[in-house]
Design a protein around this ligand. Structure first.
Ligand code: NDP
Length: 247
């Protein structure tokens, strides 16, 4: 794909679901992908599968809640390939619950991974982009970045925040640095596993996740944003299952 081939793309949360699909899709288009997440066995397997299909991938353990880990992930990309062109802030968790369940640890985790993780990604990659006055962030939010309902209060708040951060960042950076936001609707992945309440998990799967699209649909949207010529900045793409109407 024009403008994807040869680019070095670092992806957080690449060990399953949407991150894995982005890595595989971009590698198949000729990008050199750098995979990060905590589950090294998954990263190894995904990287081997990319190699088996003729692609280029490397991986490093990453915890986005730790800013030094994200810095080291960017340094690893530079060390491996000598450049970084795109940083995909994808890692996220969604332990849905009602506010009066007081799941404070889960609220903190959502803030730490979904908001602070993205800020750590920006803090690590922006200096590299500014140095060469070129680069692109792709931030994966959710339709929950513009919609909130019972049980999604804190999760949606974190995604609203990332939408605000993306738009502010876009305006602050140089005219040559791009910021894209991709907001998925219900997509096949392991995300619902982060819901700790068994009843809620069942309800979420039955209600919110009754109709899902494959993670590759989101990967194609990410590739579309990257593939545009340098003077075209795709700012927002919302990608839902056709049948997902209510939220
Ligand atoms: P998955 O649960 O399949 O993937 C989440 C990824 O985030 C995993 O690779 C996980 O890796 C990683 N992750 C979690 N915590 C950390 C951490 N502390 N440091 C580094 N990586 C971490 O779900 P999805 O693929 O669905 O999620 C990807 C993104 O898409 C998220 O931001 C999510 O909010 C968003 N999204 C998904 C939707 C869906 O329906 N699937 C809908 C809307 C948005 P590991 O555990 O190995 O660290």
């Amino acid at each position: 794909m024009e403008n994807v081939k040869g680019k070095v793309v670092a992806i957080t949360g690449a060990s399953s679901g949407i991150g894995e699909a982005i890595a595989k899709h971009l590698a198949a288009q000729g990008a050199k992908v750098v995979l990060g997440a905590r589950r090294m066995d998954h990263l190894k397997e995904i990287s081997e599968s990319i190699h088996a299909h003729g692609g280029t991938a490397v991986y490093q353990e990453l915890d986005v809640t730790d800013s030094s880990s994200v810095k080291s992930f960017v340094a690893f990309a530079l060390e491996q390939f000598g450049q970084l062109d795109v940083f995909v802030n994808n890692a996220g968790v969604m332990p849905l619950s009602m506010m009066n369940q007081y799941k404070l640890e889960e609220w903190h985790r959502m803030v730490d991974v979904n908001i602070k993780g993205v800020l750590h990604g920006i803090a690590a990659a922006l200096p590299v982009f500014e140095e060469k006055d070129n680069g692109q962030f792709v931030n994966i939010t959710s339709v929950g970045d513009r919609w909130v309902g019972p049980t999604s209060t804190v999760y949606s708040a974190t995604k609203f925040a990332v939408r605000a951060i993306s738009d502010g960042l876009r305006q602050e950076v140089s005219r040559n640095i791009r910021v894209a936001l991709v907001a998925p609707g219900a997509t096949e992945s392991e995300l619902a596993n982060t819901i700790s309440d068994p009843e809620l998990k069942k309800m979420a799967i039955e209600m919110f996740r009754k109709e899902t699209i494959p993670a590759d649909a989101i990967a194609r949207a990410v590739a579309f944003a990257i593939a545009q010529p340098a003077d075209v900045d795709v700012n927002e793409l919302v990608v839902r299952p056709t049948a997902q109407k209510a939220f």
